[in-house]
Design a protein around this ligand. Structure first.
Ligand SMILES: C[S@@+](CC[C@H](N)C(=O)[O-])C[C@H]1O[C@@H](n2cnc3c(N)ncnc32)[C@H](O)[C@@H]1O
Length: 242
């Protein structure tokens, strides 16, 4: 959370995004009422630490996290491609959550759990060194300078990601907003726990292997907005510094 993030009376950080646009169709509403409670990794209103081994059928598998999954195209693709990996998807926009629920239901996906609220509330409750990959794909760019503090990538977020990440965990960031890409590099490159994995000058042009295009990405591409893909790796902890 940022030092200037407004705090609500209930002690939680203020969130600037949308929770809902249009009313859900009856089938989607039914999935939100019936399936979401079964897949919810934790009650957003509680503060208790999350026990990941109790959250998934396969307690020993690696856990990957996608923040702000939108309608969940990338998350669904990743979960289908790697059924032996556990995934947590986080998205407060309930129309997007309901779209993913329909896909998870249709494909009988069992390795995904959801958090339908601000990711910062989730991150604070996850165990240290528990996450093996973090995706932040096309986060809201907040283009005006006075809103840059609302961007998800901040020094404090990177510190939290570093706490949650296992050694060598990758943090994958994608955006078609040049200002946000530059901002992210400026935040991550000096950070002591993260290293950009780029090998070639044009490395950022190519999505990571096995990539599934997101809805937002496809929309931008139609308008001619070329995305950048940045992959950072968590530096190994010193043996006495967990
Ligand atoms: C521009 S959309 C991109 C969605 C999706 N990743 C894609 O590429 O299609 C950004 C998403 O981030 C979500 N978001 C914004 N702030 C968030 C937060 N604090 N925690 C979790 N999700 C957040 C929004 O609800 C929105 O769905």
């Amino acid at each position: 959370m940022n030092s200037d993030t407004p705090i609500r009376p209930d002690g939680k950080p203020h969130w600037y995004g949308r929770r809902k646009t249009h009313k859900l169709r009856p089938r989607r509403q039914q999935l939100v009422d019936d399936l979401l409670p079964k897949l919810r990794i934790a009650d957003p209103d509680s503060d208790t630490p999350i026990d990941l081994s109790a959250a998934f059928d396969n307690a020993d598998a690696d856990v990957r996290l996608e923040i702000g999954f939108g309608a969940g195209e990338h998350l669904l693709g990743a979960a289908l491609k790697d059924p032996d990996i556990n995934f947590i998807g986080c998205e407060p926009f309930i129309n997007g959550v309901s779209a993913l629920l329909a896909d998870l239901d249709e494909h009988d996906v069992t390795n995904v759990r959801l958090f339908d609220d601000d990711a910062r509330l989730l991150l604070a409750r996850l165990p240290t060194a528990s996450i093996s990959k973090i995706y932040l794909l096309f986060p809201d760019p907040w283009p005006k300078s006075r809103h840059h503090r609302r961007r998800f990538v901040q020094r404090e977020t990177l510190d939290t990601f570093a706490r949650l990440a296992k050694d060598d965990t990758e943090f994958v960031f994608a955006s078609d907003h040049k200002g946000y890409v530059a901002w992210t590099l400026a935040q991550v490159l000096p950070h002591p726990d993260w290293t950009w994995t780029a090998r070639r000058p044009d490395d950022w042009c190519d999505p990571p292997e096995g990539w599934v295009e997101t809805r937002y990405e496809a929309k931008g591409r139609k308008k001619g907005d070329e995305p950048a893909y940045l992959t950072f790796q968590r530096n190994p902890r010193a043996s006495n510094n967990v």
